[in-house]
Design a protein around this ligand. Structure first.
Ligand SMILES: NC(=O)c1ccc[n+]([C@@H]2O[C@H](COP(=O)([O-])OP(=O)(O)OC[C@H]3O[C@@H](n4cnc5c(N)ncnc54)[C@H](O)[C@@H]3O)[C@@H](O)[C@H]2O)c1
Ligand SMILES: O=c1ccn([C@@H]2O[C@H](COP(=O)(O)OP(=O)(O)O[C@H]3O[C@H](CO)[C@@H](O)[C@H](O)[C@H]3O)[C@@H](O)[C@H]2O)c(=O)[nH]1
Length: 437
């Protein structure tokens, strides 16, 4: 099939590359000229495990193309995916200007029947607005489909190649048949297609993300309470998760959830609720708890240093909002660094993959170390903000040699408490206690 993808970010580029991988011809459109030029020259603009190899393979096979010209791509394709940003506006509502602008441009240029498939995360009713926008510009027939994306950053290629389900929100049988044909290589391997109306499909995406944000937040509260009552969250987590109605996933406590999706989507659903006169109290609480949780270790650091962080040198391991990505949107590391700087501390950070993105916003306010150990030179404490695997089994002897103080504040519960104790480190993690029997 010939496909256009509008927007080549995490969703668009990975969707485009994987659809090319299964044999389609894919035309990727972006307004960012530099990005498009780079991709034409083989530069992958984001970090996603497995993407680079697949990207080059499909360029070589002449199955994926890049352009800034929407019209050129539209003329060649029957199915048009929208993978455009829907960032939060000032009131938290999803900003639909990118999606509606492209809908408008499609209406202006479309010459024959198209299926417009929205992959962006959008509030209920957006498919209707896209339909109205296009219809106001043209008499050419078309259909609009809601097809929310559930990929996780860091596993985007794996998730796109092995989706848990494909949601198709459409009232048009013709469009549903085209989508079924497009996704047939996945249904073939047992992935269910769930057909529904556009509104239910749009809400499914917000409901799924908000539920996961609530699940994490609930566990963060349990972890905080564990500390009050002398329980260990790792054991509670295992005990709870073994009930398959609960499951083990997304029960890991830490310094809050971040990323480009959970914070934004919780806000957007809250805002949609308000517009309909519905008060999502659970989401209100989730948002507020997460804000506090993100910086919950800063007061601990202050206490450790007798109340002031003035002049203290704090090493931060990990800047990305989670491991295996260069994405720093709403990363807990940034909230912590901002607060540490406000409190007069100096920050030396280490994250090879996300460093460049942080430099763009923090510039010379902090310094960057070339490896995890040199970040510790004369550091008064270490704060771990991202669960990069390389932090799992560090060389404690080397750490002790480099640091002024043997103090670790671990926002991602990276290693067993026993390990820190054996190495005589002060070690504060989230909701755990040393079990000695
Ligand atoms: N990142 C994720 O993990 C993820 C997962 C599922 C769903 N989503 C949703 O998918 C959507 C896209 O997210 P993303 O993270 O890929 O965004 P992104 O910001 O990484 O990428 C968006 C791309 O769209 C381009 N763009 C903007 N206006 C354009 C226009 N008029 N024409 C062509 N290109 C244009 C931008 O230049 C950018 O390259 C959002 O609604 C998001 O909520 C994201
Ligand atoms: O047990 C857990 C699991 C995750 N997190 C945090 O939650 C955030 C989000 O993690 P994750 O869901 O793995 O990353 P995303 O790439 O943001 O993916 C989410 O958001 C995407 C965008 O909508 C959806 O497509 C995915 O299904 C959904 O998992 C990160 O800050 C993690 O550190 C925890 O604190 N504890």
């Amino acid at each position: 099939m010939n496909i256009t993808i509008v927007g080549t970010g995490y969703v668009g580029l990975v969707t485009g590359t994987t659809l090319a991988e299964i044999g389609n011809s894919v035309f990727c459109v972006d307004i960012d000229e530099k990005k498009v030029e780079g991709m034409k020259n083989g530069v992958v603009p984001i970090y996603e495990p497995g993407l680079e190899e697949m990207f080059h393979r499909n360029i070589q096979a002449n199955r994926i193309f890049f352009t800034t010209d929407l019209k050129e791509a539209l003329d060649k394709s029957e199915v048009i995916f929208l993978a455009l940003p829907t960032p939060p506006g000032e009131d938290g509502s999803a900003d639909l200007s990118y999606v509606l602008k492209v809908a408008n441009d499609i209406g202006d240029t479309m010459k024959d029947y198209k299926v417009i498939v929205n992959k962006s995360t959008v509030p209920v009713g957006t498919a209707d607005r896209v339909r109205q926008t296009i219809a106001s510009k043209t008499d050419v027939p078309f259909d609009v489909v809601s097809n929310p994306e559930f990929l996780r950053e860091g596993f985007a290629v794996e998730d796109c190649m092995n989706p848990s389900r494909v949601i198709i929100g459409s009232s048009s049988e013709k469009a549903r048949n085209i989508m079924a044909k497009l996704y047939q290589p996945f249904t073939n391997i047992g992935v269910p297609i769930i057909n529904m109306d556009e509104r239910s499909s749009e809400l499914t995406k917000y409901a799924a993300n908000s539920f996961l944000a609530v699940k994490i937040t609930f566990m963060n509260e349990i972890a905080n309470f564990c500390e009050k009552v002398g329980a260990d969250v790792d054991l509670v987590r295992l005990g709870m998760g073994s009930d398959d109605r609960i499951g083990h996933r997304f029960l890991f406590p830490g310094i809050g959830y971040g990323g480009s999706c959970f914070p934004k989507d919780v806000k957007a659903l809250l805002n949609s609720g308000k517009q309909e006169g519905y008060d999502f109290q659970l989401l209100e609480a989730t948002e507020s708890i997460n804000k506090t949780q993100k910086v919950i270790l800063v007061p601990e650091l202050e206490n450790y240093f007798g109340g002031s962080l003035q002049g203290k040198k704090i090493a931060v391991w990990g800047l990305a909002f989670k491991a295996n990505t260069d994405d720093i949107r709403e990363a807990s590391s940034l909230d912590n660094i901002k607060l540490l700087l406000e409190k007069g501390a100096q920050v030396v950070a280490y994250d090879n993959i996300a460093e460049e993105n942080v430099k763009k916003i923090l510039g010379d306010k902090i310094t960057f170390a070339k490896d995890m150990y040199s970040a510790l030179d004369n550091a008064d404490a270490l704060l771990i903000a991202t669960e990069w695997p390389e932090f799992k089994n560090p060389n404690f002897e080397l750490m002790a040699e480099k640091m002024n103080n043997k103090a670790i504040f671990d926002g991602r519960n990276m290693f067993p408490l026993e390990l820190a104790e054996q190495n005589k480190f002060f070690y504060k993690s989230i909701g755990r206690k040393l079990i000695t029997q």
